[in-house]
Ligand binder design. Structure first.
Ligand SMILES: Nc1ncnc2c1ncn2[C@@H]1O[C@H](COP(=O)(O)OS(=O)(=O)O)[C@@H](OP(=O)(O)O)[C@H]1O
Ligand SMILES: Nc1ncnc2c1ncn2[C@@H]1O[C@H](COP(=O)(O)OP(=O)(O)O)[C@@H](O)[C@H]1O
Length: 222
C-alpha cells in the first residue's frame, strides 16, 4: 500500500501568480455541460476563437478528443497495451467510468488553470457530484470563482433532431447502451454560473459571446 503522506507536494519557483501576471489574465476553468448534441463543442470552440482574437492564452479540452487519448476506451488501449491493462484503465460510459473520466479531466483542467490558461472543457459530465468534485479540486488549486459551470440547456428533442453524429438514432435502436438522455440520466446543474437557455435562432457565436461577457465582467482579463 502507498502511504499518501509519503508523496509530498513540491512548490515551484515560478508560481501561479507569476504565470498569470506574464499572461495578463487569471487562470480558470469554464466547464460546459449538457446532453450530446446540445452544442458544447461548437460553443466552446467559438468562445476559444473569440478569446484568441483578443490574444488570450487558452486551451480547449473536448470529450470526443480526450477519449482518443487520456480517457480512451479499452478497445483503443488494447492496440498498445495488454488486455488486462486495457480493461483496468480504459473508460466506457458506465457511471463509474464517467466518474473517473471527469476526475482525470478535472485534474488536468486544474493544472492548466494553474498555468494561467483560460481552460475550456466540453464534456457531457452528467453527474452533479462529479462536476462538484471538479469544482472543489479547481478551487483548492486556486480560489473561489475559478470554476465556472456553463449549462448548455438545449432540450433533448432538439439535440435528437440535430443528431450530428447519428448517435441518438443508434441509441434508440439499442445499438449504444447507457446513452445520456435516452437510457442514462443527465443531472442538470442547480446553480450553474452561466445558463445558456435554448432559443430558436440563437447562434453558437451569440452564446459564446454571452460566456465571453461573463468572463469580462469577472475581470478574468483586462
Ligand atoms: N453512451 C454514451 N453517452 C453519451 N455520449 C456518448 C456515449 N457513447 C458515445 N458517446 C460520445 O462520447 C461523447 C461523450 O463523452 P464525454 O467524455 O463527454 O462523456 S462523459 O462526460 O463521461 O459523460 C459524446 O460527445 P458529445 O456528443 O460531444 O457530447 C458522444 O459523441
Ligand atoms: N445555437 C447553437 N449552438 C450550438 N450548436 C448549434 C446551435 N445551433 C445549431 N447547432 C448545431 O448543433 C450541433 C451541436 O453539436 P456539438 O457542438 O458537437 O454538440 P455537443 O458537443 O454538445 O455534442 C452542431 O452541428 C451545431 O452546428
Amino acid at each position: 500500500m502507498t502511504n499518501p503522506s509519503d508523496i509530498v507536494w513540491h512548490d515551484h519557483t515560478v508560481d501561479r501568480a507569476t504565470r498569470e501576471k506574464n499572461l495578463a489574465q487569471r487562470g480558470l476553468v469554464v466547464w460546459f455541460t449538457g446532453l450530446s448534441g446540445c452544442g458544447k463543442s461548437t460553443i466552446a470552440n467559438e468562445l476559444d476563437h473569440q478569446l484568441n482574437q483578443r490574444s488570450r492564452a487558452t486551451m480547449l479540452l473536448d470529450g470526443d478528443n480526450i477519449r482518443h487519448g487520456l480517457c480512451a476506451p479499452p478497445e483503443r488501449l488494447k492496440t498498445e497495451h495488454n488486455e488486462a491493462f486495457a480493461e483496468r484503465f480504459g473508460l466506457g460510459f458506465g457511471a463509474m467510468d464517467r466518474e473517473e473520466n471527469i476526475r482525470r479531466i478535472g485534474s488536468v483542467a486544474a493544472l492548466m488553470a494553474s498555468a494561467g490558461l483560460i481552460t475550456l472543457t466540453a464534456f457531457v459530465s452528467p453527474y452533479r457530484a462529479d462536476r462538484d468534485r471538479v469544482r472543489t479540486i479547481v478551487e483548492a488549486a486556486g480560489q473561489s470563482g475559478d470554476f465556472l459551470e456553463v449549462f448548455v440547456d438545449t432540450p433533448l428533442e432538439v439535440c435528437e433532431t440535430r443528431d450530428p453524429k447519428g448517435l441518438y438514432k443508434k441509441a434508440r435502436a439499442g445499438e449504444i447502451k447507457n446513452f445520456t438522455g435516452i437510457s442514462d440520466p443527465y443531472e442538470a446543474p442547480k446553480h450553474a454560473e452561466i445558463h445558456l437557455q435554448y432559443r430558436d435562432g440563437t447562434t453558437p457565436s451569440d452564446q459564446a459571446a454571452e460566456v465571453l461577457q461573463a468572463l469580462i465582467e469577472r475581470k478574468v482579463f483586462l
